[in-house]
Design a protein around this ligand. Sequence first.
Ligand SMILES: Cc1ncc(COP(=O)(O)O)c(C=O)c1O
Length: 354
Amino acid sequence: MNTSFNLNALLRNNIRKIKPYATARDEYTGVALINLDANENPYGSIGNSKNNRYPDPHQITLKTLIAKMKNVSISQLFLGNGSDEAIDLLYRAFCNPGVDNVIICPPTYGMYEVSAATQDAECVKVDLTPEYELQPERILSAVNEHTKIIWLCSPNNPTGNLLQKNHIETLLCQFNGIVVIDEAYIDFADEPSWITRLDEFPNVVVLQTFSKAWGLANIRLGMMFASEAIISAITKIKLPYNINGMVQEFVYKTISENAADKDKMVKDILQQRDKLSQALMQIPTVQKVYKSDANFILAKIHDAHNLYMYLVEKGIIVRDRSSVKLCEHSLRITVGTEEENALLLKNITQYVKQ
Ligand SMILES: Cc1ncc(COP(=O)(O)O)c(C=O)c1O
């Protein structure tokens, strides 16, 4: 438990004082005979698509279902236009431009740095170790009075590994700012989510997404879990209708009717991940296949860039991470279907033989 955490002191002054925009739906919440309060089109929508009314700005029906599925209270849940929206809003809530800083632990997900730049927040880097573990003592010594957020990604992108639990605990207990744990890939890992410990840590923020295990990257829906106080601060500054009505209805229906399909897909991806890892290890040009807790594999390759270019020519696109510090000579390979992985392996083998 972190007893020195003070959310009000951490939030930007202007954000603390903001009175959120009240939509027409906020001002009148009953069931009306006719709604003439939101400047909508009374005749319907073109294409007869039933899209003429604004969606629920608070996404109550969908949030109730997701909160139940995740075993949290609805007040501990925020929904964003992808978790990228949640990342952006965290910066806007906590970082005074040109004044505050955050800590990131490279190699990691690129948006933490891009959103920092957008908000003009300094991004202090404390690298992972060569084994891709956190360095909690170094992180804590990099903290100063203007450090608002520590960004952790577990399982980490692009390295694929879960970060050690005791390292994360140390940071949660000893840092008095926000510790974000981005769990975009948690469904592929063999560890419980940190959302099971929300009540223990007032400064934890957990991010998850429908883009990976659920296979819904196109619809843009991300989740943020935290204390009621943090969620309420973030909700105040979101755009009024950040999740469109079609997405709200679609995801509600998908969770209600097809949740088991997600478990099946995760199981298949895990099977393919193990098979692909094993096969990659047998190929002479592959120096190391890192253990993955995600739906991708980082592999160290003799001449990674040449292999990358060879694969591009064959129409197979992986991610060349060779230019990223600590990922030199490495490719990040998303686990594909059985057929896709077989074709990838066939082409790597041909490359080695040429
Ligand atoms: C670690 C991590 N966090 C967040 C995201 C973005 O997720 P979303 O599609 O929900 O915006 C990604 C996307 O690749 C990611 O790798």
